[in-house]
Design a protein around this ligand. Structure first.
Ligand code: ADP
Ligand code: MG
Length: 696
């Protein structure tokens, strides 16, 4: 045993804690609830709550909270202490089953897209027993779903659980057809790699743009960026190393399988990858990872930036979700199997995914859309905004052979009969990896690479689960009536490849040729969030969600509005911050530098009548001109913000921000950055890029 294994999960009311502290029958009932989604009996809930409370108090907890994930994308908690007054004036520590199962936060200020206002003023939180309770900051946190009294989901967990149920239902139908009668549950599994930046806290505090927006709105290019590629996997500086070690320790205590930590491409950029787990837990854990990164950074005099694009000119941060489907019998359904039947089954699941990605490109795209991520996608550092998938050379050869009706594949002089013999296990060789694809097959799972670093992984997982559930249900409908199962499976796979192969692209997704080629293939290219979001409410998509009971009609519309409004609000905050910094910091700083220069020139002339003041004169002239230009650009940005108020339709507002406000912001920045290059650094009002990126 070492410290890591001693501490792992010590702050989690996990299976070990449950089995030790609960009576056998209660433990069994709870396990059934967790595994089969059965509802929990109240008397059992009381016993569980009491055991949880005793455990938590022993670990120093004084409070409990329902920990939930509202539509803000971050987690929310409202703490209540365990204390209860007794008639003699003393207190006891109490926690009832009722308090465990249901909470009623006064939640009127969370975004609901009108859902709560129309039906009920308040929402409630309900325990999600499939995710373990844990202790954080002396508080017992109970993972919960958050709904309105009308039963509408107001959070990111409820639809995620529904989507997991949808894919479970449909995958089971398909698995039964292949004779897998021992499988009773299918789960999706996820490993979410998280990228982030660390900057010095003292420097951070001098930048209003970082404080209010999480990204820099100004900043001239430093002499050095990421061009030497010396940061990627480079040696980790001692201060960062100490941060990572403490982060791992904190995460391990919370049962998070933090595994890999390394430096990323951009200076000051890093990555953490946990070991995969079931989707629901992986989603909770990713929230905890982001929260802990911020907390631990602060203890080391650092600030963790999770924004998708904190700095122009160097790579931004993303999040990759590695996604697969597995059975409760321990089989990864995206791993080619050992028998001809498993092999056909693998191909059928693969075909379902190919069809899903092609038919629902729009949903995949919008699941990664946000104001922050708009700075990355399509910017030669992240996949383009065009959704496609990578299968790799080996698997492509198999798909080609099936498409051409050959039942044989010649590989290394060995003949392989498709659907009859065993498929090769595909190499998981890093050299074969395509790092530019938005959705890449990596041997036994897919890696969805479009996500932004700050986003909850719930949205993209909801989409993946639901669209694959849909195609599996279509396949099951066909195959359940099949007379010649083996042939029909192969025929279905073949038909799918022919109809949907346009979505497969194994080349360089960053190239201009691909953009042109994708257009020829008729693939969507939804460049920004404002372009992508309207797809959410398209008829085919609403029908999909309703059919699989993932969203009600009203929920889709509410979410669509929340996302649109959020986009415009983010841009509005950025624009206001920009105006503030430009007017109150940059213009005055440049002005005072101009005065310094002028005074210098005058002093020189007093000393030597014909002194050469070329430098001062030139700089004063240049900076004065730039200041005037900047002043006008600031006015234009201000006007744009006023004009935005004329629109009421959320889509029109979002489009206006995208087309007009963002452009006006960019124009202010260009002038400011040019002035920064000409101004004495001791006069510049906030730390430059060079310090932010290289001083950690
Ligand atoms: P590497 O990139 O070093 O080869 P892997 O490909 O094994 O590492 O894993 C990358 C990420 O994918 C990790 O977070 C890992 O836990 C996750 N992962 C591996 N297998 C699966 C799976 N079956 N389902 C979901 N995620 C997985
Ligand atoms: Mg990565």
């Amino acid at each position: 045993m070492n410290a890591a294994s001693d501490n792992f999960g010590t702050m989690v009311f996990n299976d070990k804690a449950m089995s030790e502290r609960l009576p056998k029958d209660v433990y069994k009932a709870l396990k059934r609830t967790m595994e089969m989604g059965k509802s929990l009996d109240r008397t059992i809930a009381d016993v569980v709550a009491n055991a949880m409370k005793d455990w938590a108090i022993e670990k120093g907890a004084t409070h409990f909270t329902h920990w939930f994930q509202p539509m803000t994308g971050i987690t929310a908690e409202k703490h209540d202490s365990f204390i209860s007054p007794k008639s003699d004036g003393s207190i006891i520590m109490e926690f009832s089953g009722k308090e465990l199962i249901k909470g009623e936060p006064d939640a009127s200020s969370f975004p609901s897209g009108g859902l709560r206002a129309t039906f009920e003023a308040r929402g409630y939180t309900a325990w999600d027993p499939t995710s373990y309770a844990f202790i954080k900051d002396n508080t017992l946190c109970i993972p919960t779903a958050f709904c309105s009294y009308g039963g509408y989901a107001l959070d990111k967990k409820t639809p995620l659980l529904r989507s997991m149920e949808a894919i479970n239902r449909q995958a089971l139908r398909v698995l039964k057809l292949f004779g897998n009668h021992d499988v009773t549950k299918v789960n999706t599994t996820v490993g979410a790699e998280q990228e982030y930046f660390l900057v010095d806290k003292a420097l951070f505090e001098k930048r209003k743009d970082l404080i209010f927006c999480g990204r820099t709105l100004f900043g001239a290019k430093p002499p050095k960026g990421q061009e030497l590629e010396d940061h990627y996997f480079g040696t980790i500086k001692p201060r960062i190393k100490a941060f990572m070690a403490e982060l791992d320790e904190e995460l391990w205590k919370l049962g998070v399988f933090a595994k890999t930590e390394h430096n990323e491409v951009a200076p000051a950029q890093h990555e953490l990858a946990p070991i995969f787990t079931t989707t629901n837990i992986a989603t909770d854990h990713n929230q905890l990872i982001m929260e802990m990164m911020k907390k631990v950074a602060s203890r080391h005099g650092l600030v963790c930036l999770l924004h998708e694009k904190p700095f122009a000119g160097v790579n931004g941060s993303g999040k990759h979700i590695n996604w697969s489907i597995s059975t409760d019998t321990g089989i990864n359904l995206l791993e080619p199997g050992d028998s001809p039947s498993e092999n056909a089954q693998f191909l059928l699941f693969l075909a379902a995914i190919i069809k899903a990605v092609d038919e629902y490109q729009d949903l995949m795209r919008l699941s990664a859309a946000s104001a922050g991520n708009d700075h990355r996608l399509g910017a030669n550092e992240a996949p383009p905004a065009i959704v496609s998938m990578f299968v790799g050379e080996e698997l492509q050869a198999v798909l080609d052979a099936i498409e051409n009706g050959c039942t044989c594949l010649h590989k290394d002089k060995k003949e392989m009969r498709i659907g009859v013999h065993v498929l090769p296990r595909f190499f998981r060789d890093t050299t074969d990896r395509n790092r530019t694809s938005p959705f890449a097959f990596t041997g036994n799972k897919f890696e969805f690479r479009m996500l932004g670093s700050s986003a909850s992984i719930s949205g993209p997982n909801i989409i993946l689960n639901t669209i694959v559930a849909e195609e599996l249900s279509v396949f099951a409908d066909i195959l359940e009536n099949s007379k010649d199962f083996h042939n029909d499976v192969l025929e279905l796979v073949r038909k799918t490849i022919i109809e949907h192969k346009r979505i497969i692209f194994n080349g360089n997704n960053y190239s201009d040729e691909w953009v042109a080629e994708a257009e020829k293939r008729g693939l969507l290219n939804l460049k920004t969030t404002a372009d992508a979001l309207p797809c959410f409410v398209e008829k085919k998509n609403v029908e999909l969600f309703v059919k699989h009971k993932v969203f009600f009609d009203e929920e889709v519309k509410a979410r669509y509005e929340i996302l649109l409004e959020n986009y415009s609000k983010v841009l509005n905050i950025e624009a206001l911050t920009m105006l503030d910094i430009a007017r109150k910091e940059i213009i005055p700083a440049v002005s005072s530098y101009i005065r310094n220069l002028s005074e210098t020139a005058i002093a020189k002339k007093q000393l030597i009548t014909d002194a050469d003041c070329e430098v001062e004169t030139a700089l004063v002239s240049k900076l004065s001109t730039l200041s005037s230009v900047m002043f006008r650009k600031i006015d234009s940005l201000n006007d744009a913000l006023l004009e935005a108020k004329n629109y009421t339709d959320p889509l029109k507002v979002a489009r206006f921000y995208k087309d007009t406000v963002l452009t006006a912001m960019q124009e202010v920045r260009v002038v400011a950055d040019e002035m920064e290059m000409l101004t004495d650094s001791s006069c510049w009002p906030f730390p430059p890029y060079g310090e932010l990126l290289f001083k950690t």
